[in-house]
Design a protein around this ligand. Structure first.
Ligand code: PMP
Length: 435
């Protein structure tokens, strides 16, 4: 597939050769690189992308789930164009911010108060800081394979090597980057996702020092692995019992229901983080939750106990895009993409089974992940045992067939898609498997 790919994409190859003269690796997002070089994209329209060589690709990435309504959504574009007639950012708060905050609060009752950031990374950074300030405790817990952004303490055990990961009942905190501040590993308790008894025991053993437990209800970067309801229920119970704040990172999985993943699971966290789709494809993040915790950010106190500055926080362009995206993601839209997602996952799994491939399709609602392993995938532990070579071959094969997934073999359905596009994707996958 790599030879075919090179043959089809000379302009991307030439751009990459030029790009690496200025940018290490040719780009600014580590997650976008794949060998031999990534496709350079020129245009997006609905669920279609056009690369610089003029190939059209069905977009099952939606910029890693951020474009829940696809590319150039007319409602989002109109809202942004209107905002730009007024300006892009101001040295004062906007009515637009109040509107989106009200919409989010109305849809997610646990988010009693909230603040806007420029990214999911900043949202989780501030949520954990708020939890530390509120509880007076220094450590927090995250899941093995959990991804919450690129700040130091979140770059622990995001994709640990099997040799370094340690036993299931006590996963080791493994740095996922060089250059982390001294002491970072000690700040973080790493928990085994979906292992109810083991995680409960670890939280209970370390409860006194823990400010928060942060979890993705559907692990995105690990490969779209949903939490089992009993796991989240246990987290809610054990954190409440020990005065630890429970943070849901719904940056990827908010799209499951109008009220987000917490409505889908029926669990009320203390704090919630949003990102990606919440800005309609523009930079925006949200953290919010209990009014007593969020009151720490209130500058009407003489000195806010937790400052939260940021020159482009709550950027009006992103806010307007976000309002449009959120209004379009109503119950009917969520239902429709969730049903298409179910069809897509079932179709993929039967294709793999028909070709006698050891492969598991994971996901929930409109989200899906592909793992080349025979074991049922319930956590990052099973992903560690999957075959990355096969996944990459399938990924490149699909690019050659005009389909764009995320390089880690994950993707999602957008509201710009219908049954035709799902069937087109399955047919493309069948051709790659046959090759
Ligand atoms: N949380 C989750 C679950 C994510 O998937 C991501 C990004 N992939 C982030 C947080 C960080 O968001 P951002 O890339 O906007 O900083």
């Amino acid at each position: 597939e790599a030879a075919r790919y090179r043959e089809r994409t000379p302009r991307s190859a030439a751009l990459m050769a030029e790009a690496v003269r200025h940018l290490p690796g040719g780009d600014t997002r580590s997650t976008l690189f794949y060998p031999p070089y990534p496709l350079f994209i020129k245009h997006g329209e609905g669920c279609w992308l056009t690369d610089v060589d003029g190939h059209r690709l069905l977009d099952l990435s939606s910029n890693h789930t951020a474009l829940v309504h696809g590319n150039r959504n007319p409602g989002v574009l109109a809202a942004v164009a209107d905002q730009l007639t007024h300006g892009s950012c101001f040295p004062g708060p906007s009515a637009t911010q109040v509107e989106l905050a009200g919409l989010i609060h109305g849809r997610i009752p646990s988010v009693e108060r909230l603040r806007f950031t420029n990214s999911g990374t900043e949202a989780t950074l501030n949520a954990v800081r708020a939890a530390r300030a509120f509880t007076g405790r220094g450590r927090f817990a995250k899941m093995e394979g959990g991804y919450h952004g690129s700040q130091d303490p979140m770059m622990v055990s995001t994709h640990p090597d099997p040799a370094a990961a340690g036993p299931l009942d006590c996963p080791r905190a493994v740095p996922s980057s060089l250059g982390l501040a001294p002491g970072t590993l000690e700040e973080v308790l790493v928990l085994p996702f979906n292992a109810v008894a083991e995680t409960r025991a670890l939280i209970e053993a370390h409860a006194d020092g823990l400010a928060a437990v942060i979890v993705e209800p559907v692990q995105g970067s690990a490969g779209m692995i949903p939490a089992e309801p009993a796991f989240l229920a246990m987290l809610r119970e054990v954190t409440a019992a020990h005065g630890i704040l429970l943070i849901f990172d719904e940056v990827v999985c908010f799209r499951l229901a109008p009220g987000g993943a917490q409505a889908w699971y029926g669990i009320r966290p203390d704090l919630t983080c949003l990102g990606k789709m919440i800005g309609g494809g523009f930079p925006l993040g949200v953290f919010g939750g209990r009014a007593d915790v969020m009151a720490q950010f209130d500058p009407r106190e003489q000195v806010p106990r937790v400052p939260h500055p940021g020159s482009l926080n709550a950027n009006p362009v992103s806010l307007r895009a976000g309002i449009s995206a959120l209004e379009q993601l109503d119950a009917g839209a969520c239902d429709r993409i969730n049903r298409l997602g179910e069809r897509l996952r079932a179709g993929l799994q039967s294709l793999f089974d028909a070709h006698r491939l050891s492969a598991r399709v994971t996901g929930a609602g409109s989200l899906f992940g592909i793992h080349f392993t025979g074991a049922p995938v319930r956590s990052y532990r099973e992903v560690m045992g999957a075959d990355p070579g096969r996944r990459h071959t399938l990924f490149l094969g699909l690019l050659n067939e005009g389909v764009m997934l995320d390089p880690r073999g994950a993707g999602c359905v957008s509201t710009a898609m219908g049954e035709t596009e799902v069937e087109r994707f399955l047919a493309a996958t069948r051709r790659v498997l046959e090759r």
